[in-house]
Design a protein around this ligand. Sequence first.
Ligand SMILES: *Cc1c(COP(=O)(O)O)cnc(C)c1O
Length: 370
Amino acid sequence: MQVPLLDLKAQYATLREETQRAVNAVLESQYFVGGPEIQELEKQIAAYCDVGHAVGVSSGTDALIASLMSLGIGHGDEVITTAYTFFATVGSIWRVGAKPVFVDIEGDTYNVDTTKIEAAITPKTRAIMPVHLYGQLADMTPIMEIADKHNLLVIEDAAQGIGATQNGKKAGSFGTTGCFSFFPSKNLGGLGDGGMVVTQDEALAERLRQCRNHGMNPKYYHQWVGGNFRLDSIQAAGLLVKMNHLESWHAGRRANAAKYNSLFAGLEQIVTPTIRDYNESIYNQYIIRVPKRDECRAFLQESGVGCEVYYPVAMHQQECFQSLGYKSGDFPQSEKASQETIALPIYPELTDEQIEYVAGKVIEFVLEEK
Ligand SMILES: *Cc1c(COP(=O)(O)O)cnc(C)c1O
């Protein structure tokens, strides 16, 4: 049996006509940049996330960069973030000229260990950038307390967390800004690249709108430098079709996670995801720890099971960040996670038969230690 890590064709099959109609409407209008679909998507995302304002941008990466730029974070500033994340989190801090300062993760949730944040604060610290990895929120209560106490901004990297909640409150609604990605593999995936910044701060939303259009205001007048971070109308049109299905897709992923959890129950070699009782995950990824991870990955691939390692190298070990002066051993939980974890297929359209096949192959591997 072949089970891909993600099967976007299965989702598209249920949305084909609606999506083609929506894209066609944009084609007929020839209004590709700044069309009405963008405002409608911003309105719906703001309502969905329980925030006042949403600003469509060109990617999740650009959502982070536009947040940093609009908040005036750059050269000479430090931003505290996790050592274990997708590269864009740290790349965005670097690209605005600020210095990323890493903190280790919790070994069970893979999110930033909030007990280690205060020790990383210096007089140069301007912001904390927590990541809601794999679809589960970082522990925002202590993060917001620390930020308030030290007068720091909070930029939530919620690229993997749209719709996830903590004590019933939505990802992206805690911080100064919340940043989402519509990369096709995210729970809300576009027809290409796209992203969104949400905020409760109206003046900041205005700066973000200006920032995505070269900082221009009024037309051809620039008091400061932004970029071209605009979201295309075609992306917004495609995403609007998907908005109505998002909650049911989240529910499908949760149900699939529960099925894996019960199939793996009692096998101590397989460490299933820990979701805090105050969190509801959207399971952008379903991550397990297994012994001999690389051999396990090879066995699964040979068996037709799509799987991936998110992520094989912690941020402080990336070649491009060596000048920051970190060394191996500095963030042991991040390093361990990079060596021991693997992602299994979790997309909502998976059948029970496919889930049982995937789980069966993982169990076969750990019992026989291939
Ligand atoms: C996907 C992702 C991003 C970047 O989003 P893009 O839309 O691909 O630019 C940033 N941070 C995290 C944690 C992500 O998973």
